[in-house]
Design a protein around this ligand. Structure first.
Ligand code: PLP
Length: 422
């Protein structure tokens, strides 16, 4: 193999959950005949109504004169015009905004968007100062760990834990007594609803973060991969927030289109312009086929509608099953805590004073035929040692009801064994 550059070295590491996925794939392969219940999936479920929507949009595109224009031509880096118009019109109408086509960028998936931001706004300035990427509430999306060419730029903050509002439940909150957003901050980034925890930062919390960033002109990117209007995977009331330094970042992946790679950024035109130039240099533009079918689904209102009537209820139901099963099967005396399920497609469990690490817990649970994701990769950018980091797991809500119930019974047995016998 050739000698790698610093960036080559950096980018050849598998970060976070990608590294664990390798172990999971090998486990499933080596299992040979052993049936595993896989609660690790990050892939959304293929819901028939959602698949049909994308099929119908494709049929419509195929039948139109537009087809050749869409797939046989390059287009503008900013995005395909009908999609830009559909999103802008939808948001202006729905939220009473005044966005123009200068406020939007379409990217090949939202992960790409965070990569652009991480390296255009984070890292070393021309004067050699390090601009930090601030994650105000750790844990957060594991993919943030891989987006910067300078890992030292990533700076995450421990949250405070809200406990006691209900037995065996908890909620993370930003710790404003610790959080630092200064002229050394390049930008701020968090997911809302949050992968992995299902947390939704309150309007006040978001506004407080934005207010800390405003005096220094620091962009705040709100990763809205699970937010309304699509895929609308919020189980509590929430609306997108807009403001001079807020960038609302969307993804169509959880609305049934992960394969087509569509991310959308909405924000101040100066920030959009920076991200757009980065994109032109990197990959020219996102798939136009995906953009053309997305334009149809958004302009007709079908995507927002199906998000509310099909996608959200599906996962909300799964969370209800999970919550009920945990309450029925988990040992009441053990200090387990389920994060409040306010959105996304995961449940997050914390085992206080867990006698083993999250990695060992994951390995032990595999012996019961259940695969979850250990929690420690979800703390990218957190430097200090914090036992809590090794006491959590993420459970995907993508399995069948009966699988969730069976898997949680096994989990309850393991928890009982670990706390009573160790
Ligand atoms: N942000 C969050 C919070 C996610 O959960 C994901 C995917 O799981 C992404 C971003 C990346 O999504 P995509 O690049 O498919 O838009």
């Amino acid at each position: 193999i050739p000698a790698l550059t610093q960036f080559g070295e950096q980018m050849s590491h598998l970060t976070g959950v990608r590294a664990i996925m390798k172990d999971i794939i090998e486990t499933l392969r080596a299992g040979q005949g052993k049936e595993f219940i896989n609660l690790s999936a990050g892939n959304p479920v293929i819901l028939p109504e959602v698949e049909q929507l994308w099929r119908d949009c494709t049929a419509d595109l195929l039948a139109s004169h537009e087809y050749g224009e869409v797939v046989c031509r390059y287009g503008s880096s900013q995005g395909y015009r009908p999609l830009i118009d559909a999103v802008i019109n939808d948001f202006n109408q729905r939220y009473g905004l005044n966005l123009s086509d200068r406020n939007i960028l379409i990217t090949p998936g939202s992960q790409a968007l965070y990569f652009y931001a991480a390296n255009a706004l984070g890292g070393y300035t021309t004067e050699g100062h390090l601009k930090q990427i601030v994650l105000p509430l750790s844990p957060d999306y594991t993919g943030y760990g891989g987006v910067t060419l300078y890992p030292e730029a990533l700076r995450a903050y421990k949250p405070t834990l809200d406990l006691g509002f209900e037995p065996h439940r908890f909620k993370y909150r930003p710790d404003f007594s610790q959080l630092e957003i200064t002229e050394q901050t390049g930008f701020v980034l968090f997911s809302r609803p949050c992968n992995p925890t299902g947390n939704v930062l309150t309007n006040e919390e978001v506004q407080k973060i934005a207010a800390l960033a405003t005096p220094h002109n620091i962009p705040v990117l709100i990763d809205s991969a699970y937010a309304p209007p699509f895929p609308a995977l919020n189980f509590t009331e929430m609306a997108p927030l807009f403001g001079s330094n807020l960038v609302h970042c969307m993804s169509l992946s959880k609305a049934g289109l992960p394969g087509e790679r569509i991310g959308i950024a909405l924000g101040d035109e100066r920030i959009i312009q920076i991200l757009q130039s980065f994109q032109t240099n990197l990959c020219i533009h996102s798939s136009r086929y995906g953009q053309a079918i997305a334009a149809r689904a958004i302009a007709s209102g079908a995507l927002a509608n199906i998000s509310e009537t099909v996608i959200r209820p599906h996962y909300q139901h799964k969370f209800a099953i999970l919550e009920e099963t945990l309450d029925q099967t988990m040992p009441q005396s053990a200090p387990w805590f389920l994060h409040r399920g306010e959105g996304a497609i995961f449940a997050w469990l914390w085992f206080k004073d867990l006698p083993v690490t999250d990695w060992q817990f994951y390995q032990e649970l595999k012996q019961y035929g259940v695969i979850v994701v250990p929690g420690s990769p979800f703390f990218p950018g957190l430097r200090e040692e914090w036992p809590h980091m090794h006491q959590c797991i993420r459970i995907s809500l993508t399995a069948a009801d009966s699988e969730i119930v069976t898997a949680l019974r096994h989990l309850a047995n393991l928890v009982d064994r670990l706390y009573t016998q160790t």
